[in-house]
Write a protein that binds this ligand. Structure first.
Ligand SMILES: Cc1cc2nc3c(=O)[nH]c(=O)nc-3n(C[C@H](O)[C@H](O)[C@H](O)COP(=O)(O)O)c2cc1C
Length: 233
């Protein structure tokens, strides 16, 4: 059975980031045995996580406070084996649209990790950041995305040599395909990253669980659950 990879575009435009994410997905699919889907924040309306923790208290993978365009997103997200996450660089970080999506979607991940600490261990992610400036914060945005996935136990991968944290692209602030074409080296990183995510998703899926045992004691899973729920309003 093919592994499934989801590309997520964190740009509100159909532009360079979307092109890069689609390009990476194409490369992954070219390996064979990889199915891909694409998701974009463009045109969606959704609110911030307001830390009500209703999702945790009522054990829901969806936000129970806000009925908006993210309904059902996390439930679908967790069915994939790999992710390619692209962001435009906004103020030397990932876009607010992407961070809000992550805050909202990932909050209930705790419910899954409580039941199975290894829930995400066989999943893999690669990040792409597109900036208008050559050194405009792509590295920071890539690291910020990788950090989110470290915290879930999803394995961030690089594109290999020259793409250490993921793929960095310099659009020179030109939108669309023309912007992507400004940076052939960046596009090579994007394609390398796509192949790597595909390869790693294929390699990881059949591995038996080895490190998904609960962390116990003070600061462990049970204690964290207790203090998290005790701290909710
Ligand atoms: C609010 C905002 C902040 C930005 N901040 C940065 C930045 O810190 N560094 C940078 O290199 N480019 C920055 N840019 C430029 C975009 O990253 C760049 O134009 C990128 O190609 C946009 O991606 P897109 O075409 O896929 O939407 C910013 C753009 C906006 C709208």
């Amino acid at each position: 059975m093919a592994v499934r990879i989801l590309g997520i575009c964190g740009s509100p435009r159909k532009s360079v980031t979307e092109y890069c994410v689609r390009e990476a997905l194409k490369e992954a699919a070219g390996l064979g045995g990889v199915d891909t889907d694409f998701f974009t924040v463009r045109g969606l309306k959704y609110g911030f996580c307001v830390h009500c923790d209703l999702c945790l208290k009522k054990e829901s993978l969806d936000c129970l406070r806000q009925k908006d365009d993210l309904a059902g997103f996390f439930g679908r997200f967790i069915t994939y084996d790999g992710y390619i996450i692209g962001t435009p660089v906004y103020d030397m970080n990932m876009s607010s649209q992407l961070l809000t999506l992550i805050n909202r979607a990932m909050r209930p991940s705790w419910l899954l990790l409580q039941k199975d600490p290894g829930f995400f261990y066989r999943k893999v992610v690669g990040a792409i950041a597109v900036g208008g400036t050559r050194n405009g914060g792509q590295e920071m945005a890539l690291q910020a995305i990788n950090n989110v996935f470290f915290s879930l136990g999803i394995a961030p991968v690089s594109g290999g040599v020259l793409a250490y944290n993921g793929a960095s692209v310099w659009s020179k602030n030109i939108p669309g395909l023309k912007g992507a074409e400004q940076d052939p080296v960046g596009l090579d990183m994007v394609r390398a990253l796509g192949r790597r995510v595909g390869l790693m998703a294929k390699a990881l899926r059949p591995q038996p669980e080895t490190c998904g045992r609960p962390i116990t004691g003070e600061g462990g899973m049970e204690e964290q659950k207790r203090v998290t729920l005790a701290g909710t309003l």
